[in-house]
Design a protein around this ligand. Structure first.
Ligand code: ZN
Length: 89
């Protein structure tokens, strides 16, 4: 049984894919946002406040994932978002 690479990697990093059409404002405060590049496999944390400032809190994450340029490899294609529950302290 073969899993798509994205899914397997995200699970390993305890990331959950976001649901389709999720808005930035719908993420809970303790959900950190990560971007995952299916081209090079890199995962990076994305500052929610920076996205909010730039695109507005009600932006649909799916829409901006297509616009993000991945700094690690420069691809504009195939970026996906995931969230993780930050340990509460
Ligand atoms: Zn990449």
């Amino acid at each position: 049984m073969e899993q798509p690479r994205t899914e397997a990697t995200m699970r390993k990093r305890h990331l959950r894919p976001i649901k389709d059409r999720t808005r930035l404002s719908e993420l809970a405060a303790w959900n950190d946002l990560f971007g995952y590049c299916i081209q090079c496999g890199k995962i990076g944390q994305i500052e929610k406040s920076a996205l909010s400032k730039r695109y507005g809190a009600d932006v649909i994450l799916e829409d901006i994932s297509r616009r993000l340029v991945w700094r690690a490899c420069g691809t504009r294609r195939g970026n996906e978002f995931g969230t993780s529950n930050r340990p509460r302290d």
